[in-house]
Ligand binder design. Structure first.
Ligand code: ATP
Ligand code: MG
Length: 417
């Protein structure tokens, strides 16, 4: 029997994993500059947390969750996103008493039962941030500036920021009524899903990816043109703050985001390079969410970035990430000197150097061939002469230059090289 990775999952192998490590490192570094601390959470949660926290009418909860009963009869779900778990943890751990705003970041795997295609997997990776406890637009802009800086540090200058406001429960109710009235005569042209959304959550129709639905909604009234005074002030404030920071953006009245908990600010970073799945990153404000999962009313804002899509974008733009490190030295063995070679190798590794030696009893010629392929910078052959004299010739494989070095000073030499 042959096994293969389950549909929609991927093995990440070296040297590709070096790009992942680089992205994780840069993300963590940028987050720390903004005062975000890393949070690590369980991979699965009670199903009800997502039903409430993501929202019963969303595609995620309706169609995409990996939900299973455990042996104790509890219904559990592999996390389809990170925010619900963070907010659960915020409430459970009493973070309301921490200095406000509480700033958290994460790097997680997420699971959604989706149609697998380019940039769309069933297990995928997200980087995310959540800032909980600040209501004004300054934190929205700060969070967006964190993302801009992250993209810039990754070498992505071209990514486009789109922002919108989807109001609050007060102005959304009036807008939903307006939207329903407007959509009613166009109902027959909409897809089956949108027929359903019309009843449950008409706002989501604006978000539909079907071309025929997009053709209908192109002219539909937008929430951003029907905000209450407070939401309008917040949206104006956000634009002012983005201008203050010199960040460019476009207002896209069609962004509504797929999750139920968003209020006011929503934003996306999009690109043309990641297939039909143009969104690399999406985020928004969720002022009602903490209450929904049992906390005191508390404002919050966050984003999640798809790491697969980020790396696709880097690739499409030809941006190189630092390559996987290769050993600095291959210690070849001529004759009966395995023990000395392994001891020397371990000593060099203890000194912090990446080195390799032969473990397969290969001929010297085969060892040299292996060293050439491994990308190592230097080779040193340990044979009778070297063992007897305590020194050997360090050969630079690139320049072919050779230097005589004492074996007991090899680490200093390589560390300085
Ligand atoms: P989409 O509209 O592409 O389905 P979404 O609105 O469902 O995205 P979010 O829930 O906002 O996505 O997740 C944030 C980010 O996670 C997305 O912008 C995307 O980069 C990434 N993402 C979401 N679903 C997947 C998936 N199935 N495979 C890979 N990346 C994904
Ligand atoms: Mg989706």
């Amino acid at each position: 029997m042959k096994f293969s990775a389950p549909k929609g999952t991927r093995d990440l192998l070296p040297p590709e994993t070096a790009a992942w490590q680089h992205a994780e490192h840069v993300f963590g570094d940028v987050c720390r500059r903004f005062g975000y601390g890393e949070i690590r959470l369980p991979t699965f949660e009670q199903t009800e947390l997502f039903q409430r926290g993501v929202g019963d009418t969303t595609d995620i909860v309706q169609k995409e969750m990996y939900t299973f009963p455990d042996k104790g009869g509890r219904s559990l779900t592999l996390r389809p996103e990170g925010t619900a778990g963070v907010v659960r943890s915020y409430v459970e751990n009493g973070m309301a008493s921490w200095p406000s705003p509480v700033r958290l970041y994460y790097a997680i795997t997420a699971f959604r039962y989706e149609n697998v295609q380019k940039g769309r997997y069933r297990e995928f990776h997200q980087f995310g941030c959540e800032a909980i406890g600040a209501a004004g637009p300054a934190i929205d802009a700060e969070l967006i500036s964190l993302l801009q800086l992250f993209f810039a540090q990754m070498g992505l200058a071209e990514t486009k920021l789109r922002i919108n406001s989807i109001g609050c429960p007060v102005c959304r109710e009036a807008y939903q009524a307006l939207l329903r009235d407007w959509l009613k005569p166009h109902l027959p042209q909409l897809c089956d899903n949108c027929q359903d959304r019309f009843v449950r959550n008409p706002l989501r129709i604006i978000d539909c990816k079907e071309t025929r639905c997009q053709a209908v909604t192109a002219q539909a009234p937008a929430q951003a043109d029907h905000l209450c005074a407070d939401c309008q002030a917040h949206f104006d404030g956000l634009q002012h703050q983005l201008n203050v920071l010199g960040l460019s953006y476009v207002i896209d009245r069609r962004i509504v985001r797929g999750l139920d908990y968003y209020t006011r600010t929503v934003f996306e970073f999009v690109s043309e390079h990641v297939g039909t799945q143009g969104t690399i990153c999406g985020g928004g404000r969720y002022d009602g969410l903490i209450e929904t999962v049992g906390g005191a009313p508390t404002p919050g804002i966050g984003f999640a970035l798809g790491v697969e899509r980020l790396l696709m974008e880097l690739d499409a733009q030809g941006i190189q990430t630092p390559p996987a490190p290769t050993p600095v030295l291959f210690l070849a063995i001529a004759g009966d000197h395995e023990d000395e070679a392994r001891r020397l190798c371990f000593r060099l590794r203890q000194a912090g150097l990446a080195v390799e030696t032969d473990l397969l009893g290969r001929s010297l010629k085969a060892q040299m061939k292996y060293a050439g392929k491994s990308g190592t910078r230097y080779v040193l052959v340990l044979g009778d002469d070297e063992a007897a004299s305590g020194s050997g010739r360090l050969r630079n494989l690139e320049t072919r230059a050779e230097t005589e070095v004492r074996l007991d000073q090899l680490e200093q030499h390589l560390l300085e090289a």
